[in-house]
Design a protein around this ligand. Sequence first.
Ligand code: GH3
Ligand code: MG
Ligand code: MG
Length: 455
Amino acid sequence: MTARVLVVDDILSNVKLLEAKLAAEYFEVLTAGSGEQALTRVAAELPDIVLLDVMMPGMDGFEVCRRIKANPRIAHIPIIMVTALDQPSDRVMGLDAGADDFLTKPVDDFALFARVKSLVRLKMMTDELRMREETGQSMGLADAAETMVDPDPSGRILIVEDRPESVAWFRGGLEQKNKLVDVSTFDEALVRARGGDFDLIVVSLGIRNFDGLRLCSHLRSLPEVRNSPILVLVSEGESRKLIQALDMGVNDYLMRPVDRNELLARVRTQLRKKRYSDKLRHNVQLSLEMAITDPLTGLHNRRYMASHLDTLMKSASPAKPISFLILDIDYFKAVNDTHGHDVGDEVLREFANRIAANVRGIDLACRHGGEEFVVVMPDTDSGFAFAVAERLRQSIESTPIKISRAPNSLNITVSIGIASSAGAPDVPDQLLRRADQALYRAKREGRNRVIAEAA
Ligand code: GH3
Ligand code: MG
Ligand code: MG
């Protein structure tokens, strides 16, 4: 993996040392010699990660970190504080400022590469989502997700640990704000994680019943758990395990003995990130739905129908014919002219509801444009399609459409054309054209009727 790393330190020899280590591992290295310069470079060059010295004259590392995290354009860039300080309180201050992790000077190479790689990999997954969300936004489909929706969210947390005193300690720290479930066996952990929709899973790597790393790797491979962050507990002297854990995609870790404030800070960070990526994922999903949906009626749009038809037609055969209905409201222009465009829209919405209520789940109903609708019916011959169309026509004719202003309801009628295909050599366009010709006949012969193409 390669990534662009910004190294920030006021002492040139520190910068040179980290630069050399990272360059040897084929990272692209950018540098800054002060807090101010760091902010400028982050904004201008959008690195994948920042290694940030804490003690600098002028603006110190904590302040740089806070400012990066307060700017929505760059807040997603992970930050590792590199510090000579090694008190839990310093770490908590950094985590509170928004840092993702800490490295103590002199920097251990293994720890450095493991954490940089892990954080960059996690960022790339979020970047992919961010890009898709941005595309959705630029198409006017959904609003942007806020980077920091809730600075201190609560969530559902699964604790995998077999020491009762340790479980009790976690409960003491986290239970007030979060919903906790604890388990102590491998199978129980899997079952719970699969069904639990957890916002965070905490795994003790020192667990005695089974191999905690194996559990982490298992959890990472389960689709139901993919979006839940994992935080591992490690003891001093287990740095190899920690590096393996980070390599397999674990999101964060805590070193025993665990400092309570550090626990709260790391849990908070993970829950916050989870909320943010959930929101991104939700927006992407929404954009996808909106891209294939007609906003006025909620039916599928023409674009979706066209692409779906290509797939559908391939499965058509004499044994599995496909039928098409084209429906066009009669004298709809008069509705607009008499009652206004808004009422016209209400009629279209209600008309779409009637269609949806009268077709089967496997039928595809879409708004083809204006006051014209298409229903594609797989595995349906012309006779059955005719019966459905006739039922729809009657339902429209017999029940007036409610509107929100006087005269409160309108009588409308519909004309429907039908074409059916037993597969090759028909292509979707021809079938649509034939249904359209049948519709034209229905209009010409007096409207409010169903006409199927001549067999
Ligand atoms: P016919 O019986 O021959 O189908 O006559 P018609 O008046 O229904 O057909 P025509 O094609 O002349 O008019 C269709 C009208 O539908 C014209 C257009 O303004 C209106 N229309 C198209 N899209 C919308 C829409 O989204 N909302 C509203 N309110 N009207 C629409
Ligand atoms: Mg310094
Ligand atoms: Mg019409």
